[in-house]
Design a protein around this ligand. Structure first.
Ligand code: GLC
Length: 805
């Protein structure tokens, strides 16, 4: 039996006195009297890795989470020794190791305690499976708060929670349910305005206790493997999250269409129904970029086949949809139906690619197709075979994206709803049981899928989505929060879960808008769209048996309102694309919870209702039925009401009216927000100009705009454009400096500026110090709009004629 609570302490062993230590360039290894090893690697001045071995040995050092391309390097690494401690000093932190018991204390350079061990490392032998339960306990400082851990459907601040990570298919999950689809063993601790992160890179079932059992103690432990964790120093949450995201990697830029609105259902079939849905979108002028095919497109749920009765000519259908701006995304599950007439099954059998039980039989289990075997995705050869299966679906038929599901892995009608623990895995040459491979199975499936789609979609970019994932899986795939329910509570959960995933390295995430199970009211659907347009991944999906969930299924009013919000998402695509670029390049989460935005303000520590979308938009979704407004907490700064330009000072909670057609949205003072015209799908029209909405501020603010060809790989050869706008405002003038990097030439030549809150009428304009006639710039003083050429270094607008010029 596997215990999911910590075993009795009487069986615990603890490290003894340090006997020797060895220093080798970027690490120190300690050996204790009772043969415990501790290796501390200095990865960066702010990142230390701790690995413990018992019996004097370490396991083979292998991780699916760590990005092989992550860059290491430090400025300083010094060791000091005295009678009671050995101290490692970098240019950011000091780490003291107690010679008596191997306990750790980490301090900043002013000797302020960041984190220290309570009992520290200890372990208990596992007689049933061998190896150890590996455990760690740390002291928690009064007032400390905790964030992270992936997709947990619970309060954003994890203080007082006890949670475990074991990927689980949870249909219609409930709030506070523990084990869900993803395992991201990374959290952030915050106390005294100092943030640090812990990434416990162990794929066994892991457990975390954030001051639940004991008020001042944090514990994390795993049911096998090594105590292997990374300590990441901030002091800002932003530093911790970016460092963690760099360590575990970021994806490439997605095709821009993947950031559009997507429509899905279990299931749209036959072909006429698919065309009716897509046709209705166009007829109603409701923007949409992707249509999803759920399991019913297949021939009796056999992956990589088609039900020819419902889809007689899939290639032609996909082509016709594409001509209408729709990209077709198809689902692929891991279960391969046991069926000797089925090519994929036979191939896998012939090549020995299916998972096996400990004594040799194949791992057999029921999923949608009936009894199945399951590819062994932790074997690189199997992944390569799987990737090639996409040749026809993607390469020949033109499917643009693949959606991986049921890959926790989910098995129906068996205890535990997954593989038995004795199933064997290759784990890329580190043979193990399912206890170790379970949490990475879905990630390795998505990785194999990504390899295939990338290969066969070339020269276009791949799009993958997965339900199960492990830390680092963001390199390959987007994700969604699984089988939620059409309730107001789930709307709140979606908001919290997506923010949590964003600070857990997985920004490309969204929820089933409207709820997967049951049917939303028109009001709930509207409010969910108002949230969903701010999620990096924006898809309406629902199960088949609870009525329709297309935006027109709830009557005229809902259609009209939701269409306006989806249009807004399309207008904001260049802004979202830029935020995505910053995620890819700098590991900056696309959504920023308020505590991330301003950790110094304690008001933010328990809040998750509002969040920052990108860098400068504050989104405040309404989460209650019949609400005509809500209280909004405004973080530091001053914020423009998106609807009426009223300016709200931050650091305070205010009531904001929000009738059904108006979700509260605010824009940071000084922001320059790039916008596209409304399109029915990405690249429907060739851009003639780009809109810049400029929110006046007395003072300065920097905004960024990333552009490229929206698809393909030219951006990797320098054909991108990264613009920085420096805004400076005073009561009688505005100065905007533009700096551009990269070789991409945009299709448009002009920028259409629109000022908000400009306190004066423009009388004179200078571009790169040359005066330009305001009529030439089509200046409209009533709307504060003007049109300028895209190429400029310095734009200077003033309220009165400058006689000195
Ligand atoms: C799972 C998925 C859901 C999908 C269904 C049928 O429940 O989470 O999104 O529609 O399977 O494939």
């Amino acid at each position: 039996m596997i215990t999911s609570t910590e075993p009795e302490t009487k069986g615990n062993f603890f490290p003894g006195h340090i006997e020797t230590f060895r220093f080798d360039g970027n690490s120190v290894t300690f050996t204790t009297k009772n043969n415990v090893l501790l290796k501390i690697d200095v990865l960066r001045d702010s990142i230390l890795r701790f690995r413990y071995g018992t019996d004097g040995i370490f396991e083979n050092d292998f991780s699916y989470a760590i990005d092989k391309e992550t860059i290491h390097g430090f400025n300083k690494f010094e060791i000091q020794e005295n009678t009671s401690h050995i101290t490692i000093i970098t240019s950011k932190i000091k780490c003291r190791i107690s010679t008596a018991d191997l306990k750790i204390g980490i301090y900043d350079l002013q000797n302020k305690l960041i984190l220290d061990d309570e009992a520290g490392f200890h372990w208990e032998e596992n007689f049933e499976f061998g190896g150890n339960y590996v455990k760690m306990s740390k002291n928690s400082i009064d007032g400390e708060n905790f964030y992270g851990l992936g997709d947990k459907p619970t309060s954003f601040n994890l203080k007082g929670r006890k949670l475990s990570l074991w990927n689980t298919d949870q249909f219609a999950y409930t709030k506070d349910l523990d084990e869900l689809y993803k395992a991201v063993p990374f959290y952030v601790g915050l106390h005294n305005n100092t943030a640090y992160g812990i990434f416990f890179d162990n794929s066994f079932r892991t457990h975390f206790d954030f001051c639940n059992e004991k008020r001042n103690e944090v514990k994390f432990w795993a049911e096998g493997g090594e105590m292997n964790y990374y300590f990441i120093y901030g002091p800002q949450i932003a530093d911790v999250v970016s460092s963690y995201t760099h360590l575990t990697g970021t994806p490439d830029m997605p095709p821009m269409w993947a950031l559009g609105y997507h429509q899905s259902k279990w299931s749209y079939f036959p072909e006429e129904r698919v065309k009716e849905i897509t046709g209705t979108f166009r007829k109603l002028g409701f923007p949409c970029d992707a249509i999803y095919l759920d399991i019913d497109y297949m021939d009796e749920f056999r992956c990589f086949t088609w039900n020819r009765e419902h889809f007689p000519n899939p290639k032609e259908m996909i082509r016709a949809l594409e001509a209408n701006g729709f990209k077709t995304v198809a689902i692929i599950d891991p279960g391969i139906r046991i069926d000797t007439d089925y090519g994929v099954y036979r191939e896998a059998l012939d090549n020995d690619y299916f998972c096996k039980r400990a004594d040799g039989p194949y791992m057999r289990g029921k999923v949608w197709p009936g009894q199945c075997y399951f590819p062994e995705f932790t074997n690189p050869e199997v992944r390569a075979w799987w990737a090639d299966l996409f040749k026809e679906l993607v390469g020949e038929m033109g499917i643009k994206g693949i959606w991986n599901d049921m890959n926790e892995p989910a098995v129906m009608e068996v205890p535990g709803r997954t593989f038995p623990m004795d199933v064997r895995h290759d784990y890329d040459g580190n043979a193990c049981s399912h206890r170790k491979a379970h949490n990475v199975y879905g990630m390795q499936m998505a990785r194999a899928t990504y390899d295939g789609v990338r290969k066969y979609a070339f020269p276009k970019r791949p799009f993958i989505m997965t339900r199960a994932n492990y830390a680092g899986g963001q390199r390959y795939t987007s994700t969604w929060t699984g089988d939620n329910v059409a309730t107001w509570e789930h709307l709140w959960l979606a908001n919290t879960q997506v923010q949590r995933l964003c600070i857990s390295g997985m920004s490309f995430t969204g929820s089933d808008i409207g709820g997967f199970a049951e049917q939303p009211s028109g009001e709930l659907f509207t409010r969910w769209i108002q949230l969903g347009i701010f999620h990096p991944f924006c898809r309406v999906h629902s199960s088949g048996d609870h009525g329709n969930q297309e935006p027109w299924s709830f009557g005229e009013e809902v259609l009209n309102i939701t269409r306006e919000f989806v249009k807004l998402r399309y207008q904001l695509l260049p802004y979202l694309y830029t935020a995505f670029y910053q995620y890819v390049e700098e590991g900056i989460p696309i959504l920023k919870p308020l505590v991330y935005f301003d950790q110094e303000d304690v008001q933010t520590h328990y809040r998750s209702d509002e969040f920052i979308f990108g860098n400068q938009i504050l989104a405040c979704p309404v989460q209650d039925a019949n609400a005509l407004g809500r209280r909004v907490y405004f973080p530091k700064g001053r914020w423009y009401n998106f609807w009426n330009d009223e300016v709200m000072p931050g650091g305070k909670e205010w009531w904001v009216d929000a009738p059904l057609e108006k979700s509260p949205i605010f824009v940071k003072e000084g922001a320059i927000i790039p916008k596209f015209p409304v399109q029915q799908y990405v690249d429907e029209i060739e851009l003639k100009e780009l809109y810049l909405d400029i929110y006046f501020k007395t003072g300065t603010e920097t905004s960024v705009l990333y552009e490229d060809a929206h698809d393909g790989y030219d951006h990797k050869k320098g054909r991108y454009s990264l613009k920085t706008f420096k805004f400076r405002g005073r009561s009688n003038e505005v100065i905007i400096q533009q700096h551009k990097d990269g070789k991409y030439l945009t299709t448009y030549e002009h920028l259409q500026l629109r000022f908000h809150g400009l306190p004066f009428k423009i009388v004179q304009a200078f571009i790169d110090n040359e005066e330009v006639n305001l009529t030439e710039l089509e200046y409209d003083p009533d709307y504060s709009t003007l049109k300028i050429p895209k190429k400029f270094d310095l734009l200077h607008l003033i309220s009165q004629v400058d006689a000195r010029r």
